[in-house]
Design a binder for this molecule. Structure first.
Ligand SMILES: O=C(CO)COP(=O)(O)O
Length: 258
């Protein structure tokens, strides 16, 4: 059975002091959480700092990115083995901010997926359409193409114990989330698409939503049957709002089935 997964993506925010305060508060606030899974994704520079506070907690560590190589002459990059060395469990790949600012394409992102599976980390494959594609009615084909590039390289089995995060680009950081009903339609489409290849993998794969998730709107997303969690940006930088989101997952009836 699927279990709700809440992840805070801190992006390029914070410093030693603010990140220490935030993680100390979150560990306290989330100490009694047991029915959903949660993780935080600090900037890579602070993974080690955050990891030290997470050692005896129920919050997992997530990285925001990974290189396709394990070691060698790749200045500035971080490998899956290094992330594993720091007890990282999840890794975001294909986030739209990396696709846009670093020109990462589907084939390259599929290689990241491969390396994470090989090392034993959990990929969170971020997908989603931009505003132009949305306006043109291309949401479904854009999302399925992004999924297909992983299936083409690795087969559908790659999605076993993996996570997909549907993040419409126009909803990220805009304060304008997609409607829960429209997200449900895309999530169901993705699940059905994977089911064409393998029903049990489709039933198990977690599909998160991300894009202007707040304490106020989060429960409406959890109420949709194919939304298995949320990937939260700005609301995760505040301990109060992120803990409210985590508690909404903890108290949601979906969590009881886990
Ligand atoms: O990009 C996101 C998470 O990866 C979403 O960001 P916001 O929650 O700030 O819209």
């Amino acid at each position: 059975m699927r279990r709700l997964l809440v992840i805070g993506n801190w992006k390029l925010n914070g410093n030693k002091s603010t990140i220490t305060n935030l993680i100390i508060r979150l560990v306290e606030e989330c100490a009694n959480i047991s029915k959903c899974n949660m993780a935080v994704a600090p900037p890579v520079m602070y993974l080690d700092l955050v990891m030290r506070y997470l050692i005896n907690s129920n919050i997992w560590l997530c990285a925001q990115n990974v290189d396709i190589h394990i070691s060698g002459a790749f200045t500035g990059d971080v490998s899956a083995v290094m992330l594993q060395d720091l007890n990282t469990r999840y890794v975001l790949i294909g986030h739209s901010e990396r696709r846009i600012h670093h020109k990462e394409n589907d084939a390259y992102i599929a290689k990241k997926f491969f390396i994470l599976k090989k090392i034993g980390l959990i990929p969170i494959l971020c997908i989603g359409e931009n505003k132009r594609e949305y306006d043109a009615g291309h949401t479904q084909s854009v999302c399925l193409n992004q999924i297909q590039s992983v299936i083409r390289l690795l087969g559908v089995e790659a999605f076993k114990d993996s996570v997909i995060a549907y993040e419409p680009i126009w909803a990220i950081g805009s304060g304008m989330s997609a409607s829960p009903e429209s997200v449900q339609i895309i999530h169901e489409l993705i699940r059905n698409y994977i089911a064409n290849y393998n029903v049990s993998i489709a039933n198990e794969v977690l599909i998160q939503y991300g894009g202007s998730v707040t304490p106020e709107n989060v429960t409406q997303f959890f109420n949709q049957k194919d939304i298995d969690g949320v990937l939260v940006g700005s609301a995760s930088l505040n301990a109060d709002s992120f803990s409210i989101i985590v508690r909404a997952a903890e108290n949601h009836e979906k969590s009881y089935y886990a």
